[in-house]
Design a protein around this ligand. Structure first.
Ligand SMILES: *Cc1c(COP(=O)(O)O)cnc(C)c1O
Length: 835
């Protein structure tokens, strides 16, 4: 399809710059539309509109700039929407309970190419652009990798000129802020909207009503057909808030539509008329509760009723919006709907959209079951994000019967028809029927949402090669036998705009100087770096850039942890959600091992290093919280011992989030990707580090395997059991035998068990010690320790040869092109969405 022309990027300079941009917008056909005002005029207006005391009020200046940048986007935003509403290309809806967007300002300036102009506009105010950028609150509407993937995908979709709308929830409170108290995690509410959100536009014209509770009823219509209604519902109003998603230098502005729950007027009126004022107000609050807070669980479900309400609220509001848009153009003729629409489900979280689409098509638009099913099963595509059993969503039938009775009818009908297919495929096999049923029978029957998603979707994808392989050979094996054509792999990626161009400007400049600017939208250009691995001058500059970024990171660590990181030492970093499968514990045990060496003077072989750990634990995940406490206690001992100081520093960075990662990944030498093989579906942190020239120490897990394939074993510190070895050992795992074979691990455990790190808190780490010694430890900490230690020795020795390290670093960046989310989205476009 044709591209919308970039008016904001055209306005200022028509000569040299425009030519370069024309390359990116080569197929531009639509006439440009001018923004209402120049950026500087907009800015002046917002500043003077604003407030009496402007000087020094960074928050005000930030808002003025952000509002001005948004205004610059309005004409193209409008144009994009107009163009897309003609359905000349297939429309994609990306449904996700999470969008971990982070800050928007620097990304918007980069993608619109107005960074320099903004700096000029700010000049009279004697304020640095960076100072204003830091005023922005992260939009932390997600937990970790899954939510951040959605954000990277939106950037790539806009940049690839695809008509993709993100649909999510406008949580009043995003991911909690993490503080530390005596080394324990403390959660604080994230009031990210407290200073307003300059990017959002409330669009009441797109309000829709979402029903809950009530009863499912059937009746026979005038034509003698059985029809269903959902009666006596309690309705909630869904209000759309739109955020602009600018493509890179191409004039497309896509939309992230976030729904906020409000009480309906009707709802209030009914109650008021009965004279029950307080009840009415209380119910208003009940409605607004739905979008109040993000559930802070990563890779585990919590089964709360409010969570299902959020899922249905998002699914129903988004589908009604999609159908309204369709009907506005085509009337209630759905013949071509599946040709021109596709919905990508980010995990099973929005999978209740499946019965909801059936309901809307049948009950609202009068389609038959067969027509509705054909449309549904041709438009739904499901992405699986994890194999961990604790993360697989199952909702009690009882809860559905109460909250979503009409949808339960539909799910039962889907299941009955689908089990016929199963019965045909496996004649007489009743066990198979029970195993594969969408309904898990038992004293408390449950709906298996992943099964529902597979049955109704035309595409089921995993997020890395190994992950997809494990899905088809394990968790979803039966489904793979039934429908092999549905299954496919889409290895995750990250956007090079945010994770290289924006977060590592020095490296970006160097890359552009050497390779031209094409890498920003085609990251395979980075391959060309391999021709320069003997260019001593470049290698020197490469390491200077790394030094600079390490200084920046050291600044953050000093500010947030009060620990002094020395940029001449190796920076060894693990940041991600705290989870046992990610094995932060293995890392901490290794720090204890290094500490023990340094403290007893066994320092000959030690390479000085600074170890950084960061990440949030789900508030209800006791073991994860205890691991944070252990890290902080060990850090205290490490950092207060003068014998250790020249060799080792250790810090736990509180409140790891997107903005922190933008400083962390450019300043890292060694990236820790050390999950138990078979447990990390893909990982995306691993890719951000690689792009920024970090070397990885990692297991054969998730996308690590593909990273290793791209960069080669000589440029990667591989260790540990592989996924099939982990499964093989499991039945007869004997941690003690591994402890006996590793003097280092024996010493570490002895030190831990002596209470050395918890002298005033006796016994607090016993559960951790027990987990390592437990023959049922699913994470195999003891089994992998020695292999990990050896890989760490190799990394430490390699770091001593800075020239060689620089070469390996450059090779990692060079090989990272495949992990651009542009590549991933290109595959979604061609192989799933078929836009
Ligand atoms: C990239 C990212 C993640 C995902 O990290 P993994 O190491 O893949 O788990 C989580 N949180 C934030 C803030 C990120 O930027």
């Amino acid at each position: 399809m044709s591209q919308v022309k970039a008016s904001t990027t055209k306005k200022r300079s028509s000569s040299a710059k425009s030519k370069k941009e024309d390359k990116h917008a080569a197929s531009a056909k639509v006439a440009p539309c001018e923004p209402c005002d120049s950026l500087s005029a907009c800015f002046e207006r917002h500043v003077s509109n604003g407030l009496s005391s402007v000087e020094g009020d960074y928050q005000t200046l930030f808002s003025a700039l952000a509002l001005s940048v948004k205004e610059q986007m309005l004409p193209n935003w409008q144009q994009t929407r107009m163009q897309d509403s003609q359905y000349k290309a297939k429309q994609v809806a990306y449904l996700s309970l999470e969008f971990l967007m982070g800050r928007a300002l620097s990304n918007a300036l980069l993608n619109l190419d107005i960074t320099d102009e903004s700096i000029k506009v700010l000049k009279p105010y004697a304020v640095q652009l960076e100072s204003l950028e830091e005023q922005e609150h992260d939009a932390g509407l997600g937990n970790g990798g899954l939510g951040r993937l959605a954000a990277c995908f939106l950037d790539s979709c806009a940049t690839l000129d695809l008509s993709v709308t993100g649909y999510g929830i406008r949580y009043e409170y995003g991911m909690f802020a993490q503080k530390l108290s005596e080394g324990h995690q403390v959660e604080r509410p994230d009031r990210w909207l407290r200073d307003g959100n300059p990017w959002e536009v409330r669009v009441p014209t797109h309000n829709v009503i979402v029903p809950f509770f009530g009863r499912s009823e059937s009746y026979v219509d005038r034509d003698g057909l059985r029809q269903f209604t959902w009666a006596d519902t309690q309705d909630v109003l869904a209000v759309a808030y739109d955020m602009p998603i600018p493509g890179y230098h191409n004039g497309r502005i896509n939309t992230l539509r976030l729904w906020k729950a409000e009480a309906t007027d009707d709802f209030d009126l009914a109650e008021f008329n009965q004279g029950d004022y307080t009840e009415a107000v209380a119910r208003k609050n009940l409605a607004e509760q739905i979008t109040m807070v993000l559930y802070p669980n990563d890779a585990s479900e919590n089964g709360k009723e409010l969570r299902l309400r959020q899922q249905y609220f998002l699914s129903s509001a988004s589908l009604q919006d999609i159908l309204n848009k369709w009907v506005a153009r085509h009337g209630a003729d759905f013949t071509d709907f599946a040709k021109l629409n596709v919905m990508q489900l980010n995990d099973t979280h929005p999978s209740v959209a499946i019965p909801e689409l059936m309901r809307l098509l049948m009950d609202k638009y009068g389609l038959s079951w067969d027509s509705a099913w054909q449309i549904t099963s041709e438009t739904m595509a499901y992405t699986n994000h994890t194999l961990l059993p604790e993360a697989l969503e199952r909702w009690p039938v009882r809860l559905f019967a109460h909250m979503l009775p009409r949808l339960l009818d539909i799910i039962y009908e889907i299941n009955a028809r689908y089990l016929d297919v199963v019965a045909h495929h496996w004649p007489g096999d009743v066990t198979k029927l029970a195993q594969m049923s969408i309904i898990e029978e038992g004293p408390e029957p449950n709906i298996r949402m992943a099964y529902l998603a597979i049955v109704a979707s035309f595409s089921v994808n995993g997020v890395a090669g190994l992950h997809t392989q494990l899905l088809t050979s394990g968790l979803f094996k039966d489904f793979y036998q039934l429908w092999p054509e549905k299954f496919n792999n889409k290895t995750n990626g990250v956007t090079p705009r945010r994770w290289l161009a924006q977060s590592n400007p020095e490296l970006a400049r160097l890359l552009t100087k050497r390779l031209g600017e094409g890498w920003v939208t085609d990251l395979s250009h980075l391959n060309a770096l391999n021709a320069f691995t003997d260019d001593t001058e470049l290698l020197d500059v490469w390491m200077q850039v790394k030094q600079h970024n390490k200084q920046r990171l050291a600044g953050l660590v000093t500010q947030e942890c009060g620990v002094n990181f020395d940029p001449t030492m190796m920076f060894d970093v693990q940041v991600k959600r705290i989870h046992e499968y990610k094995r932060q514990l293995l890392n901490i045990l290794h720090v204890i091992h290094l500490y023990h060496q340094a403290e007893r003077g066994d320092t000959k072989a030690l390479t000085p290093r600074c170890v950084l750990l960061g990440g949030k634990a789900a508030p209800g995940y006791a073991m994860a919280k205890l691991i944070i406490k252990l890290a902080n206690n060990v850090a205290h001992m490490v950092n207060s011992d003068p014998r250790v100081k020249p060799y080792l520093r250790f810090a736990f960075l509180p409140n790891y989030n997107v903005s922190a990662m933008e400083v962390i990944c450019p300043g890292t030498d060694l990236s820790e990707q050390i999950s138990t093989a078979g447990k990390e579906a893909s990982g995306t942190g691993n890719m951000k580090f690689m792009m920024n020239g970090a070397l990885t120490i990692g297991t054969l897990d998730g996308a690590n395997i593909e990273m290793l394939e791209e960069v080669g074993e000589d440029n990667f510190f591989l260790f540990g059991l592989n996924a099939s070895e982990v499964e093989g050992i499991k039945p007869h795992y004997d941690p003690q035998s591994f402890i006996d074979q590793s003097p280092a691990l024996s010493e570490v455990l002895a030190l831990l068990e002596s209470g050395h790190f918890n002298l005033l808190e006796p016994g607090i780490f016993d559960p951790i010690i027990a987990s390592i010694r437990n023959p049922h430890d699913p994470w195999m900490i003891a089994a992998d320790f020695e292999s990990y230690r050896v890989a760490q020795v190799k990394a430490a020795n390699a770091y001593r040869d800075q020239h060689h390290w620089a070469q390996m670093s450059m090779r990692n960046t060079a090989a990272s092109g495949r992990f651009s989310s542009d590549v991933t989205i290109g595959q979604y476009r061609d192989e799933i969405w078929r836009v």
